[in-house]
Design a protein around this ligand. Structure first.
Ligand SMILES: Cc1cc2nc3c(=O)[nH]c(=O)nc-3n(C[C@H](O)[C@H](O)[C@H](O)COP(=O)(O)O)c2cc1C
Length: 221
């Protein structure tokens, strides 16, 4: 698979089969992803990979919290600015519309939207999940390094015939994740990532992108 095909075939997949991902494939992907760039080569990513019993336990604990209506854990970072200005606000609304209309869920059907969002806690059925932490001393440039690393992981997964879904959602249940993973205190959970084989029997909508001129300016001589 060439790089363009990996980039364009990657999307947030939210329906996986229970087929396990071989450990050697995960090691191959994560060994190659370690070549992602980072400022001064700090390699600030700290990754945990969960499968089998420990992942089932995490899903169970998170599901229990949802069922009990537990409040989210106190935030260690804000997912989005409190007021999303234009054009971000419109893009977020368009995404919500794309996502929920693909599921046949009406915009005003809050309960159905909550049910769809709850699939996050089952990792959308995936057999493998990755959790990416960063040292709390790190700054914005290192958080951006983490993004490059995670995209590298996702593209390599495509090369292996696998799909993924990055999940910031897990940061709201970070204490539950920590109960299962026991990370050192100096780490902040950025996100989870569900990994596996797509369940192609489940429909999905492709997200759109802003036209190039909205996000790129050529300054030419
Ligand atoms: C950092 C990050 C966090 C995300 N968190 C979630 C999440 O918690 N749950 C979810 O279903 N999708 C999540 N997504 C997926 C985005 O919604 C998705 O990437 C975006 O809508 C673009 O769609 P595409 O990836 O299918 O191209 C996340 C993506 C990124 C990059």
């Amino acid at each position: 698979m060439d790089v363009y095909a990996a980039v364009t075939s990657r999307r947030a997949v939210r329906a996986f089969t229970d087929r396990p991902v071989p450990r050697e494939v995960l090691e191959r992907v994560l060994s190659a992803a370690a070549w992602a760039p980072s400022g001064s080569n700090l390699q600030p990513w700290r990754v945990y990979v969960l499968t089998g019993g420990p992942l089932a336990e995490l899903k169970r604990r998170a599901g229990e919290r949802v069922a009990a209506g537990d409040p989210w854990d106190e935030r260690e970072y804000e997912m989005y600015p409190p007021e999303l200005k234009s054009p971000y606000h419109e893009r977020r609304s368009a995404f919500g519309h794309e996502r929920y209309s693909a599921l046949g869920v009406a915009r005003e059907d809050w309960e159905a939207r909550q049910r769809a969002a709850a699939a996050n806690w089952d990792c959308f059925g995936a057999s493998t999940a990755l959790f990416c932490y960063i040292d709390r001393d790190m700054g914005r440039p290192q958080w951006s390094d983490i993004g490059m690393y995670l995209q590298t992981v996702m593209l390599l997964l495509r090369a292996e015939g696998l799909h993924s879904c990055t999940q910031m959602a897990w940061s709201v249940y970070r204490r539950t994740v920590a109960e299962v993973l026991s990370p050192p205190d100096e780490l902040i959970l950025f996100c989870g990532m569900s990994i596996g084989f797509e369940d192609v029997t489940v429909g999905h909508a492709r997200t759109g992108r802003a036209p190039l001129a909205e996000t790129v300016t050529f300054v030419e001589g």
